[in-house]
Design a protein around this ligand. Sequence first.
Ligand SMILES: CSC[C@@H](O)[C@@H](O)C(=O)COP(=O)(O)O
Length: 396
Amino acid sequence: MVLQAIQYEPASASSPPALRILDQLLLPHRTVYEAIAGCQEAHAAIKQMKVRGAPAIAIVAALALAVEIGAAAVAGKLPSSADEVKERIGDRLDYLKTSRPTAVNLGDAVGKLKVVAKKAALQSGATAESVAQAYIEAAERMLVDDVSDNKAIGEHGARWIEENTAAGRQRKADKSHALQVLTHCNTGSLATAGYGTALGVIRSLRAADMLTRAYCTETRPYNQGSRLTAYELVHDAIPATLITDSMACALLAREGDGLAAVVVGADRVAANGDTANKIGTYSLAVLARHHGVKFLVAAPRTTIDLTTASGNDIVIEERAPEEVTRIKGPKVTAEGKIQVDEAAEIISIAATGIDVWNPAFDVTPAELIDGIITEVGVVEKVDGRFDFGTIFQRPS
Ligand SMILES: CSC[C@@H](O)[C@@H](O)C(=O)COP(=O)(O)O
């Protein structure tokens, strides 16, 4: 079974396009897909983190509007002119963009899709239907391109680790050597259209018979690591070990050279390489530098934001205190059996009345990052600085 966070069916002769998302709040114990009929449902699903992960958020938003427009077209309810459809598309995209602030992929998709609608409306003989169709095709392309970009990220990252780390070189020469990777949060099939970014690198290393073990952090407070990454690793039968976030230091000290790299995803990479990613990423980068372990960020070019000069300019989403003070999951019986079908229990794990700070992301300074793995290659610092100038000219 292929893990899919996003299921999309294009329009047929008789029916409009349809979109379903895997409700990630119920994972790893329940697999429930939810239909997304339009922008309002998508906005709520993104805000509640039923779908999450920078690329997945952008694609669900883009496709939700495709579904909404497709349904209006089939029902004969599109606005009457090309310009009005273009305006409607712009307004709906602006609304979707407000769902979560830190990940840039959504803003990037919104900008590109607005350009598509604008160009389509400027075509001679443009109609409401032709603008709607141009939008739908562009949104559908984003879904397809994300998977191929992730596979390319996986291959570039695996090759870089093979060539640039002691564990990589040793394992290549002699398969009795260990090569392990530590990752954080969830960056896999559930966070993207498929395959994943940092988890894509892990998948590619495994496919090349290079990886002996992946470690994943629990990723407090939302537990994307223990709920989602662990689920993907078990699903793909990749040898893997779960640690709490606070165990990373002990792991790096213990594994030495066998731990080839820490590989994480990104929600926004600023023009100087400073990287916003799931809270806890920065501490891993500090630990990696202290232990001489390579620290890599895996992200498509859509995550690199040249309009944001540095990490100081990145808006960090703060989330509800309850994510820290409570945990949610199915009941476990006295015999240790998980009651999968029961409604989730919410348990309080903090003193009532304590103040809480819950930033969802932190910013890792470029200085601590050894390479940024994109679909067109790994960007490394030259004279201590990242320069993304040329990668945007390269074809995928
Ligand atoms: C390929 S996903 C990259 C990042 O979006 C991921 O590491 C992350 O931080 C996700 O955070 P989330 O809050 O779960 O959306």
